[in-house]
Each structure stands twice: as C-alpha cells, then as structure tokens.
Design a protein around this ligand. Structure first.
Ligand SMILES: [Zn+2]
Length: 780
C-alpha cells in the first residue's frame, strides 16, 4: 500500500456523508485479483487504473469490492455514500442535547475504518493518509497529521508517516480547543463546547500529565515521539477508555470531570493518558502483524502506562485491573496472553480483556524482574529501532531480548505467555509453594511478607508483583478482620483483598465472613483506589449475588452503615470520602437520608452534592421506587446535558414499575437506533437485586431474545448489551441451565457468546458458593 487520499463531504444531512478515496498500491502479482474493504450505504462509482468498475451488484452487508486484473502499480478510486454511526464505531455523529450542536469523530478500531473510507483494512498494510474535509465553516478539524484550514469549511490533514488503517481518525465539529506545547511538540485538548469550562479547569492537570509522560517515555524508549503534534480529543459516546490514534488520541469525555472527582478517578485518567502515549511507540510506530499478537500492543501499553505514572499507579493496578484480569483468567473463556488464535477481527475484539491487559502487564513486570530493568529496556529499544514504521510479531520481540543475551527466554516465556490460568501461591513451613494445575512451571519472582508484626502469619507476594492466586490457610482467614486493618503496606493489603475476592469466587471463604473482613478492614483502608474498588465489589457482587434473601438485607444494611461511616470520618472533601459516599448510596435503603442529602441536609462535612453525585443519589432513589417519570424529567431539566440523558435512561429502567421495565426492555432488545450510552444505561438500570419478582419474566426473555437482538447491531455494542442485560440478579441453577442451553444452541455471534459465557460464569460461581455454604438460591 503506497498512499491514501481521502476526501470527505460532511456538509450534507445528518444521516449520510460523501467519501471519495484514491488508493495507490503495488501488486505483488500483476494480473492477479484482490478486494477493497468498503462499508458504504451505496457506491456512486469506482474505477481501477482509469477503468470503471461495475458496482451495481455492491452488497452493503458484504462490505467488499472485488478488483481483478491488477497492474503492478495501481490507482483505485472509490466514490461512496456512507452512514454516520451512533454506536461509537466508524464516523460517529453525536448531537449535544445541551446546545443542539453536532460533534463527529472517527473510530476505526478494530475493523471500522471501511465505515468511513475505502481501504485495505489490515494492520500490516500501512500507508500515509491525506485527508481533505469539507464541513461547516465554524468547525474545527483534527486528525493523525497536522490539520490546516485551507479556506473556511475546507481543511486538509497531511500525513506524518505510514500508519495502519485501524488507528486512522478524524475529529470534526465546533469543538472547544485548548493548546500548549512541550519540548517542541504542539499539544491540544478538544471537547464539546458545552464542556468548555470543565476542560479549561482540567487542562493544567491534563497537560502536566502529558508533559511528564513524554519526558519519561522519551527516556525509556530512547527515541523521540514520531508523530508531530499530540492532540487529545475527549469525545462523546466512546466505547473504550481511549484510542491511541497517532497524533490524535480520542478519549471518553467522562474524563473531562464535570463534578468533583476522587483521587482514584484522577489516577485512572493519568494512567489512561500515559497508556495511550506509550502506544505511540508500542502499537503505532511498531504494530503487530495480525490481531493474534494483540497483547504486544496492550500488555506493553498497560505496563508502561502504570510505570510512567509511578508507584501509586501500581497500587491501583493491583486493586482495579488485576481483579478484572483474575476474573477473566479463571473463566472457561480464558486464553494465553500471547497468541489468542484470533482468526478474524471479530474474534480479536473478544480478546480485549483482562488477560491481554492486566495479566500481560503483570507478566512483563515479572520479566523486568527476571531480566533486570536495564536488559529489559534495552530489548524494548532494540525492538522499536528494528521495526519502526513497520510490523512485528512475538518472535521478533523475544529475539530483541535474546540478542541482548537473554538466552533462557523461551523457557521463561512459554509457561507465562503460552498457557492459561492462575498458579496458586502459598507459604508452607516458611517456604514458597507454587501449585499449577496443568503443570506449566511458571517462575515467580516474589517476596514473602507477614500480616502481623511478629511475622507469624506469612503472606506470599507481599509486594503484589506477580500473577497468581494467593492462598491463605483457614486460620489466617479467621483472624483477617483483626489482621488486615493493621497491615501498613498498601501493596500487601492489595494482595490480601485480591486473595479474598478469589477465595469468595472459588467458594473457599463464606460470603458472610468475607463481608466481616470488609466491614472490619475497609474503614482502615487509606488508599481511595482500594476503597473504591473493594466497595464496588462488596456492594455489586458480594452482597448482591453471594448473600441470599435471608442474609442480604442485614448484610446490605451493615455495609451501607460502614460506608457511610467512612464518608463521615474521612478528611473533609477528600477523594476517599467521595468514593465511600458513592458506594454507600448504591446500597442505601434509607430513603430519609437520601432525600435529606438531595436537599442538602445531614451531609458529612466537606461533601457537596454536585451534578454527578446528585445523579448517583437520584439513580438509587429511582431504583427504590420513589421517582416517577415527571421527577426524572425534572432532574434532567436541572442537568440538560448528554450525560444527564444517560443518567435519566438508567433511572427510567431502574424504576420498580412494570411499564417502565417493559419500555426499557423493548429498547434494549429491539431498538436499532438507540445510542450506545443510553442502551448501556438502560441495561445497567434494568436488573436490581431488590426487584426480582418484577423482573422474573425477563430472565427467560433474555435467553429467548438475545440471538435476535444481536443481529440488530454489531461490534462492541452487541457485547456490552449482552453482558449488562444478562439476568445477574436471578442467582439460581435455572439461570445457569438456561445459559448453557443458549450456548449449546450456538446461535450467537462470537463476541456475544463470549459475553454470555463470562456473565454465566460469574453467576455459576455465586450459585456454587451458596450451595457450598448452605445459602439458598434465588426463587424464580
Ligand atoms: Zn491500549
């Protein structure tokens, strides 16, 4: 592939746009044939080397145009009419409800580039892209290369180097822009006009993180940022956290905080910024040859993102990301870090999971300990130098370390990267014991610590450095409510919290005892990242699904009291206070307190009910049945914004009202036009642990209707909806059996199937734990 020249006409109506692409490419076998990827509504024309192609038989579902009789050097011109998307992929168009203005961005990942221009959509066919954009005169345009306004309403983006199709982008609309510069690199931040005041307020911190990360990444890679300018566009309805388009990263605009954020929220945002910046080298400059080496991109970006931000980030990694990865690695759908065997792009999307990110990054941490940091970095630099602007695969990376003298690397890498599952780590008679079910001997570099000052209660991996299930003996768990609050090192506490979550999932610790550990130790937890993560698990998983109807009400009340207590006793205005308050509201049954807070009464000192916290309360009040449609409309009137609309959707679905449930369900299962964020909110609000009688009929309906609903939509949105709409509040063998029957019928696209397998595994574990400890399943 030699070059793309794309001309977009964005001056038409709100549904379609014109896309004319000129592709210049060389054929390895002149006379041969191939095809170009193009997902158009219709093709106006196409020509190859000046010869018109017959496009009358173009099928929008097949998304391809066949090309025959190729010359050695070819010029293909495809003139297409394409549709704006509302699912966050392709060229997404969002109308801001705050002011009615339209905002566009292109998301090409994973296979969505052909939804906005004709291309050879494959990660190892890189080419420079020139983009000309016709748009309304008051718009701002940003993309992978520097953008120039040629005249009002006509912009050109010039190429900065060969790039893969999956990270081509365009951001266009009346965006608000803040500019800066660092070390010769022009910087810009973009967000919708209605977020302008918030972007201006957050810009100093965003730029500071960006600048600090550039300095550190320049040092680590020993090679300068290669893509000219660095723009970060905060865009609406974004499915992922962010996307590493070279020169123009797109991020979800919830990162432009509208309200007070916790330290944990800020840390997550910093890590995301650094993660995407690491991709500029690892992923963008050197790209995996095919999606089966996805981990090369994500494990490294995850690892470097934490490393660049520093020690605090590793505590957050342990508490938040590892828990996500642990869950993924114990499921039937687990896969090795390296080589996910993705035959096609759809299969690869399923591998964007806790294994490719959290496990992969943990393995790299182990590798850095194993090789020594200098040797680790030297290999990384060698690899980037060798394959810059090109593609590489797993063997190439290993070779880069072996060339530095790491001779035993194959032996080390194979059990870590080619096998699945968690080893079990225990301390027996003072020595580390590693148990592995499938015999893969993974070498662990870890420290043994103690949970008590006398050193009588040992804990493996005390600094949370490896990837394993830490197994503690029963007497240690019995004493945990006294031990854990006194552990001084946050990393050791994270190791214990993760051990607890895994022991509950494996039905080894009684759910009520796990709750006792939370009630005793969470009030002593000082890291708000950990408070946030453990509180989410305790409210959303432990109490909601592992306790039964007999034990849940008391458990929930105790948990709410403990969390409100943390909010009362935390430093006024601190992130810890806010994290605890949010979690407490989520399980509060005490309407009086919630109503009081909404009216500004009885608040812990320093806690303010700002826009987002107000919605947290309103969502809970709606789920408890105290808000009707008019009251939800009134809340939306207070916060007339795109986020407000999403919160209101959650509230409507959460109401314990048969008609509200029916309306939400209809949209989830049959409305192909509903925007992605609104759909996620409806699915999230629908299932509430306290509303089982009302939602019982929908358990069977989920399994009956999901195959049809999955045909309505494609990509991320189908997976998200399948996961969130799963009847997770019906913890009973019947739900497990229905899950098995649906999977056996084999009627689901791969990505939806994966969501059902994973949600089903979570439910099955809760059922198994209840059985093991004599707790009742939920009655149908
Ligand atoms: Zn990434």
């Amino acid at each position: 592939m030699d070059a793309y020249d794309v001309v977009l006409d964005l001056t038409g109506d709100e549904r379609e746009f014109g896309s004319t692409t000129t592709l210049r490419f060389t054929a390895r076998e002149p006379g041969g044939s191939t095809f170009v990827d193009v997902a158009a509504v219709r093709l106006r024309s196409a020509s190859l080397n000046g010869r018109p192609l017959d496009v009358s038989g173009y099928d929008p579902d097949v998304r391809r145009v066949g090309l025959t009789d190729l010359a050695e050097r070819n010029e293909l011109v495809v003139d297409a009419v394409m549709a704006y998307s509302h699912d966050g992929e392709g060229l997404h168009r969002h109308v801001d409800v705050a002011d009615g203005r339209p905002y566009l961005y292109a998301m090409s990942f994973l296979d969505a580039a052909p939804r906005w221009y004709a291309c050879f959509d494959q990660p190892d066919l890189k080419a420079p892209v020139t983009l000309t954009v016709h748009c309304p005169p008051d718009w701002v345009v940003s993309g992978n290369g520097p953008a120039r306004e040629l005249e009002p309403g006509r912009w050109q983006i010039t190429p900065i180097g060969p790039i893969a199709t999956y990270f081509t982008t365009l951001v266009a609309g009346p965006y608000h822009v803040v500019r800066d510069e660092h070390d010769g690199i022009p910087l810009a931040l973009l967000a919708r006009k209605s977020l302008a005041e918030h972007l201006d307020r957050e810009a100093p911190e965003l730029f500071a993180t960006t600048k600090r990360s550039f300095d550190e990444l320049h040092r680590l890679f020993g090679r300068r940022y290669p893509w000219g300018e660095y723009h970060q566009a905060f865009v609406p309805d974004f499915n992922a956290g962010a996307m590493e388009n070279p020169g123009c990263v797109t991020l979800r605009d919830a990162y432009v905080f509208r309200s007070r954020a916790t330290d944990s929220d800020r840390l997550e945002r910093q890590i995301t910024i650094a993660h995407e910046m690491a991709h500029m080298w690892f992923g963008d400059l050197v790209t995996m040859r095919w999606w089966d080496d996805l981990w090369l991109n994500e494990s490294f970006a995850e690892y470097l993102g934490q490393r660049v931000i520093g020690p605090h980030a590793w505590v957050s990694f342990g508490a938040v990301r590892k828990a996500w990865g642990h869950a993924a690695d114990r499921r039937p759908s687990t896969h090795p870090v390296a080589g996910n065997a993705a035959a096609d792009a759809a299969a690869a999307l399923a591998a964007f999971d806790g294994i490719s990110y959290a496990k992969g990054a943990s393995v790299l941490r182990q590798l850095a300990l194993h090789l020594g940091d200098e040797a680790f970095l030297a290999g990384l630099r060698r690899y980037v130098e060798r394959y810059a602007f090109g593609n590489a695969e797993f063997a190439d990376l290993l070779a880069a370390w072996k060339d530095g003298g790491a001779d035993d690397l194959d032996e080390w890498a194979s059990p870590w990267l080619r096998t699945t599952g968690l080893d079990e780590l225990a301390v027996e008679s003072g020595a580390l014991v590693v148990r592995n079910r499938d015999g893969a001997a993974r070498p662990h570099t870890v420290s043994i610590g103690a949970l008590d000052p006398a050193g009588d209660v040992p804990v493996p991996d005390a600094y949370d450095e490896t990837w394993a299930k830490v197994v503690l003996p029963a007497p240690t768990w019995d004493a945990m409510p006294e031990l854990l609050p006194a552990v001084a090192d946050a990393r050791t506490r994270v190791t214990v919290w993760n051990a607890l979550r895994l022991a509950v999932a494996d039905a080894e610790v009684h759910p009520s005892h796990a709750l006792a550990v939370v009630l005793a130790a969470l009030p002593a937890e000082t890291e708000d990242t950990v408070v946030d993560s453990v509180a989410r698990w305790a409210t959303g998983t432990l109490v909601a699904t592992y306790l039964d109807d007999a034990t849940r009400p008391a458990g929930q009340a105790q948990l709410a009291a403990a969390l409100f207590g943390i909010a009362e006793r935390s430093a006024a205005g601190s992130g810890r206070q806010l994290a605890a308050a949010r979690a407490a509201i989520g399980v509060a049954a005490d309407r009086e307190r919630l109503d009081g807070w909404l009216a500004g009464r009885g608040l812990p000192s320093g806690l303010e009910i700002d826009t987002e916290l107000r919605w947290v309360i309103v969502r809970r009040v709606a789920a408890l049945g105290a808000l009707d449609d008019a009251a939800i409309d009134a809340e939306l009137e207070r916060d007339h914004s795109s986020s407000g609309l999403v919160h209101a959707a959650y509230c409507r679905a959460a109401r314990p009202d048969p008609e509200a449930k029916a309306a939400a369900w209809r949209t989830i299962m049959t409305d192909a036009e509903c925007g992605n964020y609104e759909l996620y909110a409806l699915a999230e609000g629908f299932w509430q642990p306290g509303q089982r009688a009302l939602t019982a009929p929908y358990v069977a309906r989920y399994f009956a209707e999901l195959p049809g609903a999955s045909q309505l939509r494609s990509g991320w949105i189908t997976q998200r909806v399948a996961l969130r709409a799963y009847p997770w509040t019906a913890v009973a063998p019947a739900t497990s059996n229905a899950t098995d029957r649906l999977l056996a019928a084999d009627s689901l696209p791969a990505i939806v199937r994966r969501a059902v397998v994973d949600a089903g595994d979570d439910l099955r574990r809760a059922v198994a734990a209840r059985t093991r400890f004599g707790l009742a399943p939920d009655a149908a």
